[in-house]
Design a protein. Structure first.
Lengths: 320, 321
């Protein structure tokens, strides 16, 4: 199969959908030469650096019958427009009693590891998970990025796509034919028997690398990528935990009230799955600090292959 | 000056409808039959009326927390409005929005929004939609002097200016944000000069003179329909009630100021002039008033007799199918 980058995969998804839907519009603070060349300046707009205005304009466009993609670029800039996302986009369908549909895809990059310092290194998806009315996708591969984007585009609700800033150039297999990936379907990236590892975004790759290494030591990991956080495929995770009896959740965001906390809660709240646990679940997350700039400190703050290996071994050795 | 009697009667009827509706809302609130935060539009009727008389269902508006007047002016149904304010299942939002969040997408009323200034970006989106649809439709956004203190006004003036959006900015300058006089909190002594910095045609209008608002909006809307870009109207007006209806929070505005503005009542001013000009008789006015009173009573009756939503209806509409 052909290989394309994560970034190309997202672009292809938008191009395919824009060709089919003349009432669609893209807005971003960045010039988008490929898209603008094909669809024109009226539909592909370079906005002022004024996040509230175009993030909010997306709501008015959607409420007027358009499908909108608004690229906020970095999640840190998204905070400038949080009022429009949290107070309006998320609640407007509900508050108006379902009178209108608001098909919007907001894009934001997340993640650390690029020496971008505290403001530009953040993964705040759990803040938005806390806001009913939003759907949240977190693609970890080019294949998932394209398929989830296609679904997001067709969804009649505001969807936020969080894309890890270091995944943009990642190569991966993407079929030429069109396909969609439904929301709420986790992907089992590796089948295993001893420990379930639920990993998010770039941590999927780190976890796969950890699994390779642990296999040599006779430990078999089952790696699950939820792919969408809202809705979350709790069933697949519980099923896996029932099989292995052990759970490690890997997320580079802070642990406090994080996606990892939510996943652990959803697993242990289920009586049957709880009964199958052979060891307490463990979160492997970024430290509870703003991300520092200097490489040694930044590396120290983030989960990586070794930290995952250590956590998995600890969970395994503490088992009943 | 407009001489078309039908238009004049239409403007009057709309203003009076808003007034009577709002008076009944106040009454029902004081009787304890309406809960929550009610921001009365009494005193500002001429603005919504004069602007919306130039719009049709293809034109879209975005309102604010003080939104009942905009809804009625845009053609929303009073029964479903009142039912929403009562929190009933038959309301526009099935009781999920209440007074601050009434919307009727079928008449181009894209909703009232309770965060000051936040309607501006949403209305900008409606204006982009109108521009892309290229059918001569326009968008209008209602906001107050309070929103002129928000950054979103500047963002949206900029956006409308660079993209030549068919967006009518309607500032209802009623002098106060909650209890705070704008002179204390707004460095721009003349709001109308703010849009001019973005090369947006702007004018100050007597917001208590419905004919002045109507004519200013008509000229602006005609130009916007021809692709001439955004316009800005600063309508000077005043609300008779406190920021929101409350038995506890006192009105901190000088009583003499409130009384002086009540003497400039947009409805009474119109009546006096129309009678003097021989456009209407007292009998005409009485019959219009009676008809409106009856419509408002029917709205209250409908709201009162409608069922409350089931508690578990709260689970619906979080997402669209």
């Amino acid at each position: 199969m052909r290989q394309i980058t994560y970034e190309q995969a997202t672009l292809e998804a938008i191009q395919e959908e824009f060709r089919k839907n003349p009432k669609s519009i893209y807005m971003a603070t960045d010039l988008l030469i490929d898209l603008q060349k094909e669809f024109g300046e009226a539909r592909v707009r370079v906005t002022p650096i004024a996040e509230s205005s175009f993030v909010g304009a997306a709501i008015g466009l959607a409420g007027s019958g358009f499908r909108v993609v608004a690229n906020i670029r970095m999640a840190t800039f998204g905070f400038v427009a949080t009022d429009q996302i949290v107070n309006h986009a998320a609640k407007i369908t509900y508050m108006f009693g379902g009178q209108a549909k608001f098909p919007i895809l907001y894009r934001m990059t997340v993640g650390a590891g690029g020496s971008a310092a505290a403001e530009h290194s953040i993964s705040p998806y759990s803040m938005y998970m806390n806001v009913p009315g939003l759907k949240i996708i977190l693609p970890a591969t080019p294949y998932d990025a394209k398929g989830l984007f296609k679904t997001a585009f067709k969804d009649n609700n505001p969807v936020i796509s969080f894309e890890h800033m270091l995944l943009g150039g990642m190569q991966g297999e993407v079929p030429e034919d069109e396909y969609c990936i439904p929301f709420g379907e986790a992907r089992i990236r590796r089948v295993g028997e001893d420990v379930t590892v639920v990993a998010l975004a770039k941590m999927v790759n780190e976890s796969l690398a950890a699994a390779e290494e642990l296999e040599k030591e006779g430990l078999s990991l089952e790696i699950i990528d939820p792919r969408t956080l809202v809705p979350l495929d709790v069933e697949t995770i519980r099923r896996s935990v029932s099989k292995t009896g052990r759970l490690v959740v890997v997320d580079e965001a802070c642990p406090t009230c994080g996606a990892a906390s939510e996943i652990v809660s959803q697993v242990v709240e289920d009586k049957i799955t709880f009964g199958e646990l052979k060891a307490p679940p463990v979160r492997v997350c970024g430290l509870n600090i703003p991300i520092p700039f200097s490489p040694p400190m930044e590396k120290y703050a983030l989960p990586d292959k070794q930290k995952i290996i250590d956590a998995v071994k600890a969970v395994f050795s503490k088992s009943k | 000056m407009i001489s078309d009697r039908e238009i004049l009667i239409g403007l009057y009827t709309k203003m009076l409808t808003i007034r009577r509706f709002e008076e009944r809302v106040v009454e029902e609130f004081r009787a304890g039959r309406i809960r929550g935060y009610i921001h009365s539009y009494i005193g500002e009727e001429a603005v919504a009326t004069g602007v919306c008389a130039n719009l049709n269902n293809a034109d879209r508006i975005v309102s604010n927390h003080r939104g009942h007047g905009h809804c009625i002016a845009k053609g929303a149904d009073m029964k479903r409005m009142m039912a929403e304010i009562f929190g009933k299942k038959t309301g526009y939002c099935k009781g999920k929005g209440g007074s601050m969040h009434i919307a009727d997408f079928s008449v181009g009323m894209l909703g009232a929004d309770g965060i000051v200034g936040a309607g501006l970006p949403i209305a900008s989106g409606a204006a982009i939609a109108a521009q892309l649809e290229n059918n001569g439709a326009v968008a209008a956004v209602f906001f107050g002097d309070g929103a002129c203190q928000e950054g979103e006004l500047h963002e949206c003036l900029n956006l409308a200016s660079i993209w030549k959006l068919p967006l009518l900015f309607v500032c209802e300058n009623n002098l106060y944000g909650v209890h705070t006089h704008r002179d204390l909190v707004l460095g721009a002594k003349e709001i109308v000069r703010m849009p001019r910095a973005y090369h947006i045609p702007s004018q100050v209008v007597d917001g208590n003179d419905v004919i002045a608002v109507y004519e200013a909006a008509r000229e602006a809307v005609e130009q916007m329909r021809r692709g001439k870009g955004p316009h800005f109207l600063e309508c000077k007006t005043y609300r008779w009630h406190k920021h929101f209806l409350s038995e506890i929070v006192p009105d901190r505005r000088p009583p003499s100021e409130v009384e002086a503005w009540k003497k400039k009542c947009p409805i009474r001013t119109f009546e006096n002039k129309a009678l003097k000009d021989g456009i209407v008789t007292s009998a005409d006015l009485n019959s219009i008033n009676e008809r409106i009173m009856q419509e408002v009573e029917e709205a209250v009756k409908f709201a009162d007799e409608s069922p409350y939503p089931h508690p578990e209806d709260a689970l619906d509409d979080v997402y669209s199918a």
